[in-house]
Design a protein around this ligand. Structure first.
Ligand code: MF3
Ligand code: CO
Length: 249
């Protein structure tokens, strides 16, 4: 069942989402060569504690032990912060969810360290571009897979691959609600989009093949062929006034 949100509920999701992106941007300044990924978790916790009225949404979710997901290079999503030291040319996907007054917000950004190669630069730009192509299709009256199709064609048109094992999702009182939003699909299919829907759209894009494997920690997805993977995510609402990205400052 898809839970439609009232204007008041969307305002709460907006607050949660604003903090999610604010913290991701804040953390971005620390993403450089020599940093241990666990430091990002510490900085994130400290920042959220200072804000006070927002809580991390991932910690404890299905037993996930951290506030933040930190996925480096071939890690696709659900990378865990730890003792790994970031180096020049790494790409680092940070994914962060928040809760405010009972409602969740979710966002992700991939950062490159130092002077990453042109093709890596392109992977990040195409993934973020695919997110915005998906958001452009997020309109009342359109179909769910119009979003999926727009993402897939942008990614494949650039010579990269979408990950099929993970999806975007509805968001509200729960981090993951219906509908699931695949990053591939047929135009004109899927449920009809309506005012009151709030969706977390999140393309995950691999430089080579789309296949993934799950690492020994039971959480982290990585590309099967070892190629790089990028991830961008926004929380988006369909309102009477049109579509709004909620995870913006
Ligand atoms: N944004 C990701 C997702 O929607 C991160 C979830 S991490 C988890 O799947 F730990 F909360 F599962
Ligand atoms: Co998400």
């Amino acid at each position: 069942m898809i839970i439609l949100k009232s204007r008041e509920e969307i305002e709460k999701i907006r607050v949660a989402s604003k903090y999610a992106i604010e913290i991701l941007i804040y953390l971005g300044q620390f993403v450089r060569e020599g940093l241990k990924t666990i430091e990002l978790e510490r900085l994130c916790e400290e920042k959220i504690r200072k804000i006070g009225h927002v809580k991390p949404a991932f910690k404890g979710y299905n037993g996930y032990p951290y506030c933040l997901c930190v996925s480096v290079n071939d890690e696709v999503v659900h990378g865990m912060p730890g003792e790994r030291i970031l180096k020049d040319n790494d790409i680092v996907s940070l994914d962060f969810g928040t809760r405010y007054d009972g409602f969740c917000g979710d966002a992700a950004i991939t950062y490159g360290i130092g002077s990453i190669p042109k093709r890596t630069e392109k992977l990040l730009a195409v993934t973020e571009g695919a997110l915005y192509k998906g958001i452009d299709e997020t309109k009342a009256g359109k179909r769910l897979h119009d979003i999926s199709h727009a993402i897939q064609s942008h990614v494949e048109g650039a010579g990269f691959s979408v990950v099929r094992e993970f999806v975007g999702h509805g968001i509200g009182r729960n981090l993951h609600e219906e509908p699931q939003i695949p990053n591939y699909g047929e135009k004109g299919t899927g449920i009809r989009l309506k005012t009151g829907m709030v969706l977390a759209i999140e393309p995950m894009v691999n430089m080579e093949k789309g296949d993934v494997v799950i690492r020994e920690n039971g959480w982290t997805a990585a590309t099967k062929d070892g190629s790089l993977s990028a991830h961008f995510e926004h929380t988006v609402a369909i309102t009477e006034k049109g579509t709004e990205i909620l995870s913006v400052l």
